[in-house]
Design a protein around this ligand. Structure first.
Ligand code: PMP
Length: 306
């Protein structure tokens, strides 16, 4: 951001002052949780629209609870702090907001989460497209498995579990793919490295259930609602690996990825290899909604003026 004002531990400070010690627990052990929230700039209204901020902060508070991180603010207070931050940093561009709550002690070898202190930061950065949403992407099924709920709960957005994302994404990148799809330990396709997954077969949308070691995505929920509006039936059930090769359409969804069509999986074309009709329809509706250009779901948008 041009102004680079960050909220850190109770104060708005310049980015230069928003620093932590090299000894910070979270840096060594991944003991932090975070959110990724988008705010879209709308030229017509000259305002930013933050998407589903309430739901993001609800999930953030639940992730923090999982790690025994105490956040001294309610969901409403976190929202207000974020609105304040965006007003201070206002820019005419699409923005990504990153709240981060972390174990802040400078200690070695204390793993009792309840005995550690907590820190909180919120900052914003400009962010355009995360993946090639127009042409569609080529993906592979990763040799890395999704971390199970019994090890590091994917339901929480925990920094340490993004090692799983990084290993999978790096393997895909080095092998010439755009993104990875991960299997759980039962061999079901569960999600992308940082996106939830939908497939379309014979006009029906299928997405893995919340109990299949996924991050329960806010975009996933939005897409389920949009598909419902288009009278497309959505089934939440486990997906076998071989099912995705015969899907008519596959797309990945997430705050960063928005709606990203998949045109190739493990070097097999999805459908006829072109972006599918339902994927295009859902993507268009999603982008209109998040930009504040749709009359639907006004409760999902928080408008911020300069
Ligand atoms: N799964 C993972 C592992 C993710 O990191 C993300 C991105 N937050 C998602 C799914 C999508 O979640 P959301 O739609 O809430 O951004």
């Amino acid at each position: 951001m041009k102004k680079n004002i960050i909220f850190l531990n109770g104060k708005f400070v310049d980015e230069k002052e928003a620093v932590v010690s090299i000894k910070t627990h979270a840096l060594h052990y991944g003991t932090a949780c975070f959110e990724g929230i988008r705010a879209y700039y709308n030229k017509d209204t000259d305002s930013l629209f933050v998407f589903r901020i309430k739901d993001h902060y609800r999930r953030f508070l639940n992730s923090a609870k999982l790690l025994f991180i105490k956040i001294p603010y309610s969901e409403k207070e976190l929202r207000d702090l974020t609105i304040g931050l965006l007003k201070k940093n206002f820019e005419e561009t699409d923005i990504y907001i990153r709240p981060l709550a972390y174990k802040s002690d400078s200690v070695v070898g204390n793993f009792v989460l309840t005995k550690l202190s907590d820190g909180l930061a919120i900052y914003a950065v400009p962010l355009g497209r995360y993946l090639n949403t127009d042409a569609g992407i080529k993906v592979n099924v990763s040799s890395w498995r999704r971390v199970p709920d019994s090890s590091i709960p994917p339901r929480g957005k925990i920094t340490g579990s993004y090692i799983n994302t990084s290993l999978a994404k790096t393997e895909s990148f080095l092998n010439g793919f755009d993104e990875a799809l991960l299997l759980d330990n039962q061999g079901h396709i569960v999600e992308g490295s940082a996106e939830n997954l939908f497939l379309i077969k014979d006009g029906i949308a299928i997405t893995p259930p919340e109990s299949d070691d996924i991050l329960v995505g806010i975009t996933r929920d939005t897409i389920i609602k949009l598909l419902g509006k288009f009278s497309i039936k959505v089934v939440e059930r486990s997906i076998d690996r071989s099912e995705i090769y015969s899907a008519d359409e596959v797309f990945l969804v997430g705050t960063g990825a928005e709606v990203t069509p998949v045109v190739e999986i493990d070097r097999r074309t999805v459908g006829n290899g072109e972006v599918g009709e339902i994927s295009s329809q859902v993507k268009k509706a999603y982008l209109e909604l998040v930009h504040g250009k749709s009359p639907d779901y006004p409760e999902f948008l928080t408008e911020i003026k300069k």
